[in-house]
Design a protein around this ligand. Structure first.
Ligand SMILES: *[C@@H]1O[C@H](CO)[C@@H](O)[C@H](O)[C@H]1NC(C)=O
Ligand SMILES: *[C@@H]1O[C@H](CO)[C@@H](O)[C@H](O)[C@H]1NC(C)=O
Ligand SMILES: *[C@@H]1O[C@H](CO)[C@@H](O)[C@H](O)[C@H]1NC(C)=O
Ligand SMILES: *[C@@H]1O[C@H](CO)[C@@H](O)[C@H](O)[C@H]1NC(C)=O
Length: 213
């Protein structure tokens, strides 16, 4: 069991370097909205995100007042380089600090992704009516599925499908702006600072996507 988990984590972190002329690009700093839809039909979460592409930090807060029954209350602050994240509950000023076993997330194309195609949504010949995207694919970190990620020519992620044996998701990003509007959102709240790192139960893998499974 332990060996299997170790392998899993290794697969997740190891980035193979392809000598392909198509290298995955990396998204810039961004602020925008993200929705996560389970392919069975439920909207899992909708809310604002803030992303620091250099520091590899992500904040995502779901909006519970968005009129969908099944959406979850989530407030996540993830530090992909450090491999830790916080689940924050601002209402009662509490938080949990956990280890990230997998750094895959829908705002950045994994380094080992494979270029699939360029596609034109809408009409490429009518100005303002088209959206040209590059589509990248690859395996899910646990190899039990794959993803398909579409980004604009400037590397802004538009949508990602995650096809997984246990659950599949569609993530879309909208109203993206190329700046971090509120840098404080990427700072650990004071009430989380003294939080000890929780032990990850054996067999558990924490990742952005696992928060929705
Ligand atoms: C992205 O945001 C970080 C944190 O605010 C900042 O240090 C960095 O310079 C920004 N990068 C760009 C390209 O603006
Ligand atoms: C949540 O959504 C409601 C309704 O769309 C909006 O008025 C409110 O500002 C949003 N809250 C946050 C924190 O984004
Ligand atoms: C939302 O959930 C409540 C209770 O779980 C249920 O009674 C209600 O019909 C649901 N509303 C919608 C729009 O699905
Ligand atoms: C904060 O509230 C959540 C549910 O809203 C609960 O699960 C958690 O235990 C609470 N934490 C504290 C420290 O009260």
């Amino acid at each position: 069991m332990y060996a299997a988990i170790t392998l899993f984590v290794f697969m997740c972190l190891a980035a193979t370097t392809h000598a392909d002329h198509h290298q995955p690009c990396h998204a810039p700093n961004m602020t925008g909205f993200m929705s996560v839809l389970a392919l069975k039909g439920e909207l899992k979460a909708y809310g604002a995100f803030t992303y620091d592409s250099m520091g590899k930090k992500l904040r995502f807060r779901s909006n519970e007042s968005h009129p969908v029954n099944t959406s979850m209350g989530l407030d996540l602050l993830m530090f992909f380089d450090e491999g830790i994240f916080y689940e924050i509950d601002s209402k009662n000023q509490s938080c949990e600090k956990k280890t990230l076993q997998c750094s895959q997330h829908p705002l950045d194309i994994p380094d080992d992704a494979t270029f699939m195609s360029t596609a034109n949504g809408g009409s490429p010949s009518i100005e303002g009516e088209g959206l040209k995207v590059n589509v990248w694919t690859g395996s899910m970190a646990d190899l039990k599925g794959h993803y398909s990620m579409s980004v604009t020519m400037g590397c802004l992620p538009v949508w990602t499908f995650y096809f997984h044996e246990s659950s599949s998701f569609f993530v879309s990003l909208t109203e993206v702006e190329l700046e971090i509007k509120d840098p404080d959102l990427l700072v650990v709240p004071s009430f989380c600072l003294a939080q000890p790192l929780e032990e990850t139960p054996e067999g558990t893998v924490n990742s952005f996507l696992n928060e929705f499974m």
